[in-house]
Design a protein around this ligand. Structure first.
Ligand SMILES: [Zn+2]
Ligand SMILES: [Zn+2]
Length: 563
């Protein structure tokens, strides 16, 4: 079994501090192996944010001696040592470094902590130790580290960062990818030859050409002369046929998207045609050249994918930790009473005198008017169980309903507004809530909403994956023609066991005073019939309850009313 190779920038900054940018560092993970390259300012915090604590590092590799790459080396090593109180198995930190100044730095890094170490030895019984492995920086590639199973190897090659000597670039090879990390260097042949055949080149970048008039005659001119000019770097990446370059150690640090775009323009001007990522702290790239479709478009959501905790703690109602202005205003425990048409439909049980909708006759929804079964339970032509509800949404637009689905899935406290007596947890598979520029439908179609809710008395843990209605034969033009503003389609599975529980369709049609929602749940043949009544009750209640405040909520949360 292979794993993706995961590359995370733990710091994209330089010696001059910049908000949001820690000092130089790149984390490369493959399965349990975690290799950290350099340890600039804030490395331990960024590692923790990336989910890797110092005690979990397999090795730390140093590119060269400059404080912005090393200032937190002792922090990583000391923290790992202190973590032995909780993680006794964490042995000495393996540090891999060119022989010379960097190795000397590592040998002496505990010197200033002798008194602190003495004090801590009362609790921690062994002195902090490192496992120092040095190598000679040479102009040809040398293997400097290999995992015990031989699957992951790191090579080094000398680069040009004079006056600093013994500066190296690294190349990491795993079963699923090859990553090159330049360290600090001018654009050089060594990195170019190293990069041929790689999947990702992580390279430092300095806008030296663009800034030349600004820095002429200053100390910065000298400093720029031993960093990688972003214009020339484009040529290197193109000649080496690098498919993807990620820029870090950014000079000047971009303060906005225009600042990032300037780096892209420099590389394009230098002739580069591949993919460019201007790094931010914690920018993460997944590489898997063994994946079935290696040419598949990059999934920009990969780093936003979340994990569902099977031991999650949940509760009904809004507790102090979840309360916000929106819940204060819109969370209402009382829900509308079930109307007689629903009570009667439940009392009627599974109807056999009329046919329910399943995927074989779903396009009946496109006919004008109503079907015989709009509120109730019936068997379908495929022998499935179809549960129908019809709800009224005065003053609501279909856009508001799309907004609701894109918005609520991000937070449990939002999901709880919908059915306060039954909803107690939600988490999106992809947390897109902070991704700018998406439409409301893009926030939920293709995403999975994990929800925990009561269906009647039954606690249910569901995975609701939203699909485009065209996948079940409801194409957009026909829906528009039939008066629909939006259709929410999904497949619900059991989030613990994965089996399919239901397909669901909420078809939202314009009416004179707003819209109406025609909901259908199609339950596979064999589903126990007793689930249908609580489902009908639940759906009518949550939809009618939401309809009572959605227009106000929409105005309040989006500010649409003030525009
Ligand atoms: Zn540097
Ligand atoms: Zn440097």
């Amino acid at each position: 079994m292979t794993h993706p190779t995961i590359v995370t920038l733990t710091g994209t900054g330089v010696p001059h501090p910049c908000p949001g940018r820690a000092g130089a560092g790149t984390l490369v993970r493959y399965g349990d192996i975690a290799l950290q390259f350099d340890a600039g300012r804030g490395t331990v915090i960024r590692l923790a944010e990336a989910g890797v604590e110092p005690c979990a590092l397999t090795a730390l590799l140093i590119t060269h001696v400059h404080s912005d790459h090393l200032v937190d080396l002792a922090d990583v090593a000391m923290t790992r040592w202190i973590q032995k109180t909780l993680h006794p198995a964490a042995g000495p930190l393996t540090i891999v470094t060119p022989e010379g100044t960097a190795a000397d730095f590592a040998r002496h890094m505990f010197d200033n902590f002798v008194d602190d170490i003495e004090t801590r030895l009362a609790v921690l019984h062994d002195e902090p130790e490192i496992d120092l492995r040095t190598f000679a920086a040479t102009p040809t590639a040398t293997t400097v580290w290999r995992s015990d199973d031989g699957e992951v190897a790191v090579e080094a090659i000398a680069v040009h960062h004079e006056p600093v000597t013994d500066a190296v670039a690294y190349r990491i090879t795993t079963p699923t990818g090859v990553v090159v990390i330049s360290g600090d260097t001018v654009v050089c042949d060594e990195v170019e030859s190293f990069s041929v055949g790689c999947d990702l080149l992580v390279h430092e970048a300095c806008r030296a050409t663009a800034m030349r008039p600004l820095v002429a005659g200053t100390d910065l001119e000298r400093i720029f002369s031993y960093h990688a000019d972003s214009a020339t770097l484009g040529g290197l990446a193109e000649r080496a046929q690098v498919p993807h370059i990620m820029l870090t150690h950014l000079i000047p640090p971009p303060m906005d998207e225009a600042g990032e775009a300037a780096f892209v323009d420099d590389l394009r001007g230098g002739g580069y045609s591949g993919r460019i990522t201007v790094g931010r702290d914690l920018t993460t790239v997944l590489i898997d050249r063994t994946a079935a479709d290696v040419n598949a478009p990059f999934d920009p959501r990969a780093h936003l994918e979340t994990k569902l905790d099977p031991a999650r703690l949940t509760h009904l109602g809004i507790w102090r930790d979840e309360a916000d202005e929106i819940s204060d205003r819109f969370f209402q425990w009382e829900v509308p009473a079930l109307p007689s048409e629903c009570i009667n439909a439940i009392a009627a049980g599974v109807r056999t005198d009329i046919v329910g909708l399943d995927l074989s006759n779903i396009t009946d929804l496109l006919s004008p008017g109503y079907l015989p079964l709009e509120t109730g339970i019936a068997l379908t032509p495929n022998g499935e169980l179809s549960v129908a509800t019809l709800t009224q949404w005065p003053d609501t637009t279909p856009e508001m309903i799309d907004w609701w689905f894109g918005w609520h899935i991000a937070r449990t406290e939002r999901y709880k507004l919908w059915h306060p007596q039954a909803h107690y947890f939600t988490q999106p598979r992809y947390d897109l809530s902070d991704v700018p520029g998406l439409t409301d439908r893009e926030r939920y179609v293709g995403n999975t909403s994990w929800v925990d809710e009561y269906l009647g008395p039954i606690p249910s843990r569901l995975a609701i994956t939203f699909h485009d209605p065209s996948e079940i034969g409801l194409d957009e033009a026909a829906l528009t023609e039939a008066g629909y503003g939006t259709v929410v389609c999904a497949v619900a599975t059991d989030s613990d066991y994965g089996h399919e529980l239901s397909r669901l369709i909420h078809a939202v049609r314009h009416t004179a005073d707003g819209c109406e929602m025609r909901s259908r749940f199609i339950l596979p043949a064999g589903t126990p019939e007793f689930i249908a009544a609580p489902l009908l009750d639940h759906c009518w209640t949550e939809m009618t309850h939401l309809a009572s405040f959605l227009p106000d909520l929409y105005m309040y949360a989006t500010g649409a009313g003030s525009r």
